[in-house]
Design a protein around this ligand. Structure first.
Ligand code: IMP
Ligand code: MG
Length: 182
């Protein structure tokens, strides 16, 4: 597998995240907002999105893992790191990098809902259109993308490429190196 083309440029990502941040600012004005990012992939979205939310937000992080290291989701999710604090009565916004089958988020949503937050919504930078095996209600979506395996902007292939400022597609016959020099 090699990197092939840039799917969403750094500039497109930044523009979209700024717009989402502005919407979130309006939607949560006067509310106690807690951003919950799902590690590791969402660390980049969290860092950029939070800087476009003009509210005194709180942040927490969860780390989850599907069993195995395959590029497909098994649907079995393991919590590697739970939230530091309780979320009961708080407005929680889950920040995700990408939704593929939707199984990870379905699990997370159920897991967090029993803790009785005042509200629970999802913001995801990328949504693989048509692939959701379970209907996930995602309030804020950055981009709908095709079903290809993508890397960059937090997303990895065997742990690498998370630091690319853009989202690119992996393909069999792509270039050996990232198309843009860091
Ligand atoms: P889902 O449970 O199938 O929705 O998968 C969600 C998780 O799988 C994401 O949070 C990513 O960590 C990972 N993932 C899904 N698709 C991709 C991809 O194209 N590239 C890199 N990671 C992916
Ligand atoms: Mg993830």
């Amino acid at each position: 597998m090699r990197i092939s083309k840039v799917l969403v440029s750094a500039e497109q990502i930044q523009d979209r995240i700024a717009a989402l941040g502005a919407r979130i600012t309006e939607d949560y004005r006067g509310k106690d907002l807690l951003l919950v990012a799902v590690l590791k992939g969402a660390f980049m979205v969290m860092a950029d999105l939070s800087r476009h939310i003009a509210l005194p937000v709180d942040m927490d992080f969860m780390a989850v893992s599907s069993y195995g290291e395959s590029t497909r989701t098994s649907g079995v999710v393991r919590i590697l790191k739970d939230l530091d604090r309780e979320i009961s009565g708080r407005h929680v916004l889950i920040v995700e990098d990408i939704i593929d089958s939707g199984l990870t988020l379905q699990y997370l949503r159920r897991n967090l809902e029993v803790r009785r937050p005042a509200s629970l919504e999802i913001a995801a930078l990328l949504l693989k259109a048509g692939l959701q095996m379970t209907p996930v209600q995602v309030r804020y979506v950055g981009f709908e993308i095709p079903a290809d395996f993508v890397i960059g902007y937090g997303l990895d292939y065997h742990g690498k490429y998370r630091n690319l400022p853009y989202v690119a597609v992996m393909e069999e016959n792509g270039a050996a190196e990232p198309p843009v020099q860091l």
